[in-house]
Design a protein around this ligand. Structure first.
Ligand code: BGC
Length: 417
């Protein structure tokens, strides 16, 4: 990053801290209903609301609190064209994909997101720049893959072709190399192309002509597929994080264009794609199942939102909620069952690329939630990636100054490490 951009961006970040740092939230002590979950997680009888300053309001991140009623189901999928070298798996929930892609999803295993770094408008803008030491920390904790969110759209030319900035692409190459050479799997994810969703651009994010927005997303994947063809067999491409807004009505027509662009050069790399409404399982009912036989379907598992998102992103969830009583556990499992049933019906494997809780949630409940969701994901044979690695005052569970984990949440996620 050149110095003047770094300075401008540093200014934005400091301003955000000043603006957001004055937040005062509820505090108090309450019984932790989460202890009813069982022995998979460590809990005690009390839990405390910690009222954390929100520093990220300028990220314009908004999740709807209540899911919209699901529209009518989508038509059944047409059979995927399969070449002889790509025989389909016969595992339940995998029968529409190749045996290799089914195995790829299974072997991704437990993962963690390196968010808040490369998906900021410029690396560093959300407070984190990738450091190779992260890889060792993740590896020694026992995680077997990393999901890497990247805001490609702000590092590409403004026209249809979206030519990638060489320096930025080389930076991402470096990060990929670090992760991959440690023997970790990798999900390379396109993240926060705000105009794609019809959202306002962020400070330091370039705006492009509306007519080129979709073509740019497609052409970014065309370039990335060609860039990495034959390299990093342990890497999947995730087409776009949490499509919503403008994409609600167009996504089923747009995402196949991205897959087609990738398949021009790379026929077999696993591609990950999920439904709209921020990758909500409830929107699988309107999601046209991919017909490409090397595709994995993703959903996010942030239920119950009033718990996971309390005090995050402005005022929508200023609710001071514990987790997880039986109604909350039902919300979590019902949601995952929707994904499981959909997977069995359509023969497509599931990857849960994000679940986690914001720092302001009560600490013991955060641990209980993490352990409960992780157990439920594994019971359904879903690959998963926790959100997030860095920034303890955000969603992160790794303290970058002390080089140590939030030990309770890590134990809940990785009980046998
Ligand atoms: C976003 C984060 C957000 C998280 C939880 C992620 O997809 O990148 O900014 O904190 O979802 O809402």
């Amino acid at each position: 990053m050149n110095k003047s951009i770094g300075k401008q961006f540093g200014f934005w970040w400091v301003s955000a801290l000043l603006l957001g740092g004055c937040g005062v939230h509820d505090s108090g002590v309450a019984t932790d209903a989460a202890q009813a979950i069982g022995s998979a997680v460590k809990v005690s009888s009390t839990d405390t609301f910690v009222g954390t300053s929100t520093t990220h309001e300028l990220k314009s991140r908004r999740r709807p609190r209540v899911d919209a009623p699901a529209p009518a189901p989508a038509p059944a999928p047409s059979p995927a064209p399969v070449t002889p070298s790509q025989s389909l798996s016969n595992e339940p929930g995998c029968t529409s994909v190749t045996a290799a892609t089914c195995a790829f999803n299974r072997t991704l295993g437990p993962g963690i997101n390196f968010g808040n770094a490369l998906e900021a408008p410029f690396e560093g803008g959300y407070g984190l720049s990738f450091n190779p030491t992260w890889v060792g920390a993740v590896k020694s904790a026992g995680f077997t893959h990393v999901r890497l969110p990247v805001r490609w759209s702000n590092h590409a030319s403004s026209g249809n072709d979206a030519t990638l900035e060489p320096n930025f692409a080389a930076r991402v190459d470096f990060v990929i190399e670090q992760i991959s050479s440690a023997g970790l799997g990798l999900v390379l994810d396109m993240h926060h192309y705000r105009q794609f969703d019809g959202d306002p651009v962020e400070p330091n994010e370039a705006s492009v002509q509306p007519s080129v927005v979709t073509a740019r997303a497609v052409n970014i994947w065309r370039q990335l597929a060609a860039r990495y063809v034959g390299l990093y067999p342990n890497m999947a491409f995730e087409l776009y994080n949490e499509p919503h807004g403008a994409l609600e009505s167009t996504w089923n027509g747009v995402y196949p264009q991205m897959i087609a662009a990738i398949r021009q050069t790379d026929q077999s790399r696993p591609v990950i794609v999920g439904p709209t409404w921020w990758n909500a399982a409830s929107r699988l009912s309107t999601f046209t199942p991919p017909t490409d036989p090397n595709t994995i379907v993703t959903v996010h598992a942030y239920e119950p939102h009033p718990f996971t998102h309390q005090f995050a992103w402005g005022s929508q969830w200023q609710v001071a909620t514990m987790c997880c009583d039986s109604a909350q556990r039902d919300t979590i499992t019902n949601n995952l069952d929707i994904a499981k049933n959909w997977s069995l019906t359509h023969g497509l494997p599931i990857y849960v690329g994000e679940f986690g809780s914001y720092a302001a949630a009560p600490a013991l409940s955060r641990t209980s939630y993490a352990g409960f969701v992780r157990t439920q994901l594994e019971q359904r044979a879903f690959a998963w990636s926790y959100f997030n690695f860095g920034l303890l005052n955000d969603w992160g569970i790794y303290d970058l100054s002390a080089n140590s984990w939030n030990a309770q949440i890590l134990d809940a996620l990785m009980p046998t490490r």
